[in-house]
Ligand binder design. Sequence first.
Ligand code: CUA
Length: 177
Amino acid sequence: MAITPPSNLLWWREPVARTELVWIIIAFAWGLVMFFMMIYWHGAGEQNLSNEAYRISAERFTEKTNEMIESHEVRKEGNFPVVRPPPGSDVYLIARLWHWWPILELEKGQSYRLHLSSLDWQHGFSLQPTNINVQVHPGYELVMTVEPDRAGEYAVVCNEFCGIGHHLMVGKIYVTE
Ligand code: CUA
């Protein structure tokens, strides 16, 4: 019960003041602009990658990743395998508490099918220093066609808070000439 009940109970039948109506129209129109910007920006912007999502179990994704590592590992960095998959192939990157596995080495100007999935809970794939951000969920693999256009060392920073080791969850992708 309200502290002071309205005198007219059918409040929605009250006429709307002109200024209020103007603001409602402006807010609604702006909402539409923002909505269509999402679609426009997907084509015109550079950070929204087209992706596909498929259901996959953690076990199956681990299997596929390990197959790739076994066939294309080129060296180790600490405990981390560095994998150089052939251009055009399917590339797998595991997100889990609290690292990205394995380290990838890609070739500039070549196209790859990049698969991302999480083995535990939600992580965020933020590719630095570019402006690419993708959410990584358990139970789903996200597939993107990527074509690195600049050589160098990229960091994969987790940008979804995932617990005590979140700030340590940094992976690596090399792009070679
Ligand atoms: Cu993974 Cu934060």
